[in-house]
Design a protein around this ligand. Structure first.
Ligand code: CA
Length: 668
């Protein structure tokens, strides 16, 4: 759903509103009225003794299970009364294994029967997720699944993250991909555009990214899965069933096993090509309020409320969940662990993470590291509106030092490089607007404390927030807001496309050489746009789909990205893991001109084969002269060109850096 972004700093001015809202009473309530259930058998277990239903619903007057033959439009074939046990749990058992059947729960609450719900733990569902399904999960495993494993990753800073929507990536007629807009699109090898350029997985391998970050792929609410032939689009930030894959990405939404199996096949194919899979997870709110599966299961528990009883709304989508309550915290931990374990997911991106509390995020990260030590967690360190959760408990960007295993997106580097996200015409460092230099430097040092960076001059954060560069995700664009291509078009009025492509190269060169983890939006390497639409969450394919003929048209741009990623992967100097190393091995030069940043990575930083790497960024629309230490240098990037192995040699001294470009030099 629509996500407006509030910077934490902007919100601190509005914090007085918190006084109107009571979060602690919600917590107390949870202890008094809602006993905690710690069993791991909630909702459905099938074993040799039969099929067992267990619903946590402490305030229900009665509860029942309805069994169905079909996923939609049929009467129940059986209704089971549930009996109340301890800790708010209701149970019912049948002696048969009900594989192939569907079920819903229904509770009586406040004297009224509520609507049916598949519950909150459904692992398989029918079309549109209204009924949960009973399937044999083991039977959904692709061949070789037991041995399947994502890429090994010593540190998150070794990752190169590529954020994509299933439909954007493959739905266009130019993709040459058979399963357009489906999980299976990412299993097809050898696909080519109509012009003969590799697409799909082959394209990802050519580009060199290490992880795809897939936009919400759990079952979301907005797309009608019963109409696969009607083009429908949504980003998917409207969660419905958190533990089942989205049906519109499967080849048959009515077959509950198909979406499970096909998503696993996608993960397996990516893993087989040494690409990891990161899931975008949205536990911060649900698509519905009183009709959500949370509300229909345990009304009044899973959300935060205002004192007047209405839903508080830090998500900007009508409600916010309450991670500080034990059953909600456990839910988030168990759900992410489930995806990591059952689907071999390699990382998680938390939407509006600051709606969650710090303790929950720390427990999530710790639990996931137990499943797989290479898993990493990052998120948006902000909310989209105010919350009753006290600021010092929020998993905010500025609180990330209290979450050692969690990283946050750097809105600092994002806005400083290209201009503010909310003002289309605003320019940034890469497009010639002075005053952003210090904020870009904050990005370059991965938001760690550095003796040459004056955080007081930062545009957004005023203090070093990261303990280490491993806690920062650097980027200039993502699915939200204008694409880089559109942002440059709107802010560089009167420019040529060649000038805008130079600005994009400079922008991404800053991101990919900075300390921290680089992140890019799918298709940016082809200079894709979204026709100026900044909030395309439900725009048609004509706005969102990647046109693969751009790969030929903008081949130079693609080659630049490929070499830039190669440079980063080959040189650990760009991937330091401690603030101490960054402070010691990254040295800024004094520069007299606006919009120029010059620095060196020195003394074989982080074990690099190169003794020194010199980087000069010129954001001006005219050339500048800078001083480079004397001696012989290998030229890695100059005048909008880059080659990881080098483009030639150059002597130090007074060197001219052409307009809107990066100069990268190296010596052994
Ligand atoms: Ca759905």
């Amino acid at each position: 759903m629509f996500k407006s972004k509030f910077n934490n700093l902007k919100l601190t001015g509005a914090v007085s509103a918190v006084a109107l809202i009571c979060v602690s009473c919600g917590e107390n309530k949870s202890h008094d009225r809602f006993p905690v259930y710690e069993g791991d058998d909630l909702e459905l277990v099938v074993n040799d003794e039969g099929t067992h239903f267990t619903l946590w619903s402490p305030e229900a007057d009665a509860a029942e299970v309805r069994i169905y033959d079909k996923d939609l439009d049929s009467a129940p074939i059986q209704t089971l009364e549930m009996s109340k046990g301890d800790n708010g749990v209701w149970r019912s058992t049948v002696s048969d294994q009900l594989y192939g059947k569907f079920y819903t729960f229904r509770i009586k609450h406040g004297g009224k029967w509520l609507a049916e719900t598949p519950g909150i733990y459904a692992k398989a569902v029918g079309a549109n997720g209204h009924r949960a399904a009973i399937i044999d999960m083991d039977a959904t495993d692709p061949e070789g699944w037991d041995a399947d494993k994502g890429p090994a990753l010593a540190n998150i800073t070794d990752a190169v993250i590529y954020e994509m929507h299933h439909r954007d990536f493959s739905v266009d007629s130019t993709s040459g991909i058979e399963h357009k807009g489906k999980f299976l699109a990412l299993t097809e090898e050898g696909t080519k555009s109509m012009l003969g350029d590799p697409t799909g997985i082959d394209h990802l391998k050519e580009l060199g990214i290490t992880h795809v970050h897939i936009l919400p792929s759990y079952d979301y609410n907005s797309v009608d899965e019963t109409k696969p032939d009607v083009p429908q689009y949504n980003w998917g930030y409207d969660p419905y069933n958190y533990n089942a894959p989205e049906g519109s990405y499967s080849t048959n939404a009515h077959d509950p096993a198909a979406r499970v199996r096909e998503m696993k096949e996608m993960v397996k194919a990516l893993h087989d090509n040494d690409i990891g899979v990161i899931m975008d997870v949205v536990y911060n709110h649900t698509a519905n309020n009183d009709d959500s599966n949370f509300s229909l299961t345990a009304p009044g528990y899973f959300y935060r409320y205002r004192e007047d009883g209405t839903y508080s709304d830090a998500s900007g989508c009508g409600n916010e969940t309450a991670s500080e309550k034990p059953m909600m915290r456990d839910y988030i931990i168990n759900s992410t662990k489930y995806w990591a374990d059952e689907y071999h997911i390699d990382g998680f991106r938390f939407d509006l993470m600051a709606i969650h509390d710090i303790e929950t995020m720390n427990q999530v990260a710790a639990a996931l590291k137990e499943v797989n030590p290479d898993i990493f967690v990052y998120g948006e360190g902000w909310t989209a509106g105010d919350s009753p959760l006290p600021v010092d408990q929020r998993a905010l960007k500025d609180n990330v030092s209290k979450m050692p295993q969690v990283a946050v997106f750097s809105d600092d580097i994002r806005d400083a490089i290209k201009g503010h996200y909310s003002n289309a015409e605003d320019r940034g460092f890469a497009t010639g607007k002075p005053g952003n230099e210090e904020t870009v430097k904050i990005g370059i040092v991965g938001a760690t404390a550095h003796p040459q960076v004056d955080y007081a001059k930062g545009n957004n954060s005023k203090a070093a927030y990261a303990n280490a560069p491993t806690q920062v995700i650097n980027y200039v664009s993502c699915h939200d807001d204008l694409t880089l291509t559109d942002k440059l078009a709107k802010s560089m009025q009167g420019s040529t496309e060649a000038q805008r492509q130079r600005a994009a190269r400079l922008a991404q060169t800053i991101v990919f050489t900075s300390q921290g983890t680089p992140f890019m939006f799918a298709g940016e390497e082809l200079f894709r746009d979204k026709k100026g639409v900044h909030n395309s969450y439900k725009s048609p394919d004509s706005i969102n789909a990647i046109d693969w003929t751009l790969k030929r048209k903008n081949a130079d741009q693609f080659n630049y990205y490929t070499e830039l990623i190669k440079l980063r992967k080959e040189h650990p100097a760009f991937r330091m893991t401690t603030a101490e190393d960054v402070a010691k091995h990254l040295v800024f030069d004094e520069t007299e001109q606006d919009n120029v940043i010059s620095y060196s990575l020195i003394d074989n930083a982080n074990g690099d084969a190169w003794k020194e790497i010199k980087l000069v960024f010129n954001g001006n629309e005219k050339p500048v002269a800078v001083d480079v230490p004397a001696g012989d240098w290998k030229v890695i990037a100059i005048d909008g060109k880059i080659k990881a192995e080098g483009l030639g040699k150059m002597k130090g001294g007074k060197v001219t850096v052409p307009a809107t470009s990066a100069l990268i030099l190296a010596r052994e």
